[in-house]
Design a protein around this ligand. Sequence first.
Ligand code: ADP
Ligand code: MG
Length: 348
Amino acid sequence: MITASAAGRVNLIGDHTDYMGGLVLPMAIDLATTVTAVAGGDRIELSSAMDHDSISIALPADDPAGVSPPWGRYIAAVAAELGARTGLRGAVTSTLPIGAGLSSSAALEVASALALGAADGNPAPGNTAEAVELARSCQRAEHAAVGVPSGIMDQLSICAGREGHATLIDCSSLHLEQIELPPGAAIWVIHSGSSRTLVGSAYAERRRTAERAAELVGPLPGADPDRIEALEDPVLRRRARHVRSECDRVRQFADALAADDLVAAGALMCQSHTSLRDDYEVSTPSLDQLVRELLATPGVFGARLTGAGFGGCVVALAEPGADLRPSAPGADTAWRVSPARGTHLHLS
Ligand code: ADP
Ligand code: MG
């Protein structure tokens, strides 16, 4: 019997920087997806409480596009990436909200990769290099499964996630630094109530635009701010300005956490939201409103949209005593999350 769990993640700061080779600071959280299965045979047969239809995938897996129900595409793509040979029979369960921006998709990929790896006799990643390799496989699987050219942050923050820490990732070198969260820092994730509809197409468009800017001024994380401000096209200029300034904020935020300066960290989160709203133009009126309300709540140091934007969640940094559950009945949903280890693999 294999029990393989992978956490969700929340990005504390650094959005729309990963695919440009910039800095991000996500943390694996104490909500997770678990694959519980018996190894054997040559099919992956899994049920999920999320969907009454089960998946049945023949190994070796090939093109995930034809797999139904669609959540099986993630698992077929992972199996194809890993060259999985041994089947699984069991169930997927999760304490993560699905489709809310806490990366249930990457949690599903990583949990199934651990389970399929174990079925073929492979241990869980034992060091950073192996964590990076597993994350890369799962990132490629996500591309193959849904066709969105997302960066490596989700998978890597889960594969490398350590209890009590957020992970500073340099997405160009994949250098990792574990940053301890001070005991006085409480992290909340609050859903804005609007789902992330346009995310696929708008995400790909933002990425293409940022890449055009980088062709003109060089890699954006280290680009000369004067050259960015001299860009003729105002849209390219704003997009490049966000990526450049956001990478600086990630570094400053990590330093603020290390110095236990939560006021400074909170201010950087607010600047990040403004930059995502005005320069990258990925916020929405409901995300902006939620950030304003949170900033007016006692005990809140800072808040920002987290993830790709266009709906989804806000992350807030608050005092441990603050209660950020929304008061309006039936409105948003909120989770107080703690930094957790990202993966668990148990064989019995
Ligand atoms: P997020 O990663 O932010 O939660 P995504 O849209 O990227 O949102 O991924 C959500 C998709 O991942 C679901 O629509 C489903 O296909 C798949 N998924 C995630 N968790 C599960 C689960 N426990 N069971 C089945 N499918 C899941
Ligand atoms: Mg996802």
